[in-house]
Design a protein around this ligand. Structure first.
Ligand SMILES: Cc1ncc(COP(=O)(O)O)c(C=O)c1O
Length: 399
């Protein structure tokens, strides 16, 4: 396989990378971090050069997005997702998670029921609970090689909910929802007057054979009921620059979300985040994103073959989207702490523990695959050895 720019191993030593904060998380100093979802790849040159130019300018005063910023947003979503955005509907926030908090505070009442679909990104639970709303779960159902939605249960939950946080594509299970699935969920939400908070931060990571459909494009009624959360953070590896864009076509909802933002004492936006976002979406990095997704597609093939060849009892269903691999270790029959201990302490591979994603996460570990193939191969070598050693050792006798 020829080397690509994504094969380069870039040290993150001395950059305050949360991914490497092993001491803080009581993880062995030599464990390979494949947990939190940022990438081991450098952002594209179009972004780093725009940032360098801005840094060279040397003045970092208060900033607001200009016309070119919104044009870049509209260009990206039009080109990449066939979505004609109304730039007046765009509200920049400090991140998608920040946007979830703002939206729940602005559009739902304290104590309101909010549907989420576990196993799912943990901050969905936190956003609902920390804003004093109530989590209503619509657990995804494991079916064949993927996960499906229990629509009857969704409808039952919708009767007592004010909002639904949709993860599209879904972290961690990797589903890219079909038009039929999205339409059915949206129809239920509209019938019960729910806000649809559509977290589409993984929208750019979709593998051949699947297509991401922006929820708001289903029809105009859905558009009016939807808050679409987007960000360049995953696609271009910019999470530390703390900038996302939420699209809120409903004028009153937008006013309320902006008021919630102001009520947090925030009025400007991070200057470097704006520069990076505009450069990322401006068109000069499109080919880089295509190459990145092609690399990650090969990464998923690599994981498939490593799991099949060397990790007996572990199941991996290739994701349709996201750069996350949701690994099922449940057949090994280990309890939660024993499984995570085996992976982190013995194999020295730091993965996200399945139970953190809520019901349905038991027996699973989530692996962030956005790293050079060499790094993954080394991690799988150690997983293989640790699992083989564990299988060779008799289980400890209870006493
Ligand atoms: C579904 C989902 N939403 C939001 C985020 C985080 O977004 P941000 O860093 O913009 O808050 C992540 C990060 O992994 C995610 O997976």
């Amino acid at each position: 396989m020829p080397q690509t720019r994504f094969d380069e191993i870039v040290s993150r030593e001395g950059t305050d990378a949360l991914a490497f904060a092993r001491k803080r998380h009581a993880v062995p100093e030599d464990a390979t971090p494949l947990w939190i979802a940022d990438m081991a790849f450098r952002a594209p040159e179009a972004v780093t050069s725009a940032l360098a130019e801005r840094v060279e300018h040397g003045i970092f005063g208060y900033a607001l997005p200009g016309e070119a910023y919104f044009e870049a947003l509209a260009g990206w979503f039009g080109r990449r997702h066939g979505w004609t955005v109304d730039t007046a509907a765009a509200v920049p926030t400090r991140g998608v998670v920040h946007a979830l908090y703002l939206t729940l505070q602005a559009l739902t009442e304290p104590g309101a029921g909010v549907i989420i679909q576990p196993p799912v990104y943990a901050p969905f639970f936190e956003a609902v609970n920390n804003t004093g709303r109530r989590v209503l779960t619509n657990p995804l159902v494991r079916a064949g090689r993927g996960y499906e939605i229990d629509f009857d249960q969704f409808e039952a939950q919708a009767r007592q909910a004010e909002a639904f946080i949709l993860c599209s594509p879904h972290n961690p299970v990797g589903r890219v929802w079909t038009r039929a699935e999205l339409e059915r969920m949206a129809e239920i939400c509209l019938r019960h007057s729910l806000w649809i908070i559509s977290d589409e931060v993984h929208a750019d990571f979709v593998y051949p054979g699947r297509r991401h459909i922006v929820t708001a494009t289903l029809d105009s009624a859905v558009d009016a009921a939807t808050v679409t959360c987007t960000a360049p953070s995953k696609t271009f590896n910019l999470a530390g620059l703390q900038l996302a864009n939420v699209f809120v076509p409903n004028r009153d909802a937008r006013r309320r979300i902006k008021a919630a933002y102001a009520a947090q004492g925030l009025s400007q936006h991070p200057a470097l985040g704006l520069v990076a976002c505009q450069a990322a979406y401006g068109g000069a990095a499109d080919a880089w994103v295509d190459q990145l997704v092609a690399y990650l597609d090969r990464t998923m093939t690599l994981i498939e073959s490593r799991v099949a060849a060397g990790l007996p009892g572990v199941r991996f269903d290739r994701p349709e989207g996201t750069y996350l691999a949701w690994l099922d270790f449940s057949e090994l029959g280990l309890d939660g702490p024993a499984l995570h201990g085996l992976v982190v302490e013995r194999a020295r591979v730091w993965l996200s523990d399945g139970p953190g994603f809520g019901p349905g996460g038991e027996g699973f570990q989530r692996l962030n695959a956005a790293v050079p193939h060499r790094v993954l191969d080394a991690a799988f070598d150690r997983l293989e050895t640790a699992l083989a050693e564990a299988a060779a050792r008799p289980a400890p006798q209870g006493g």
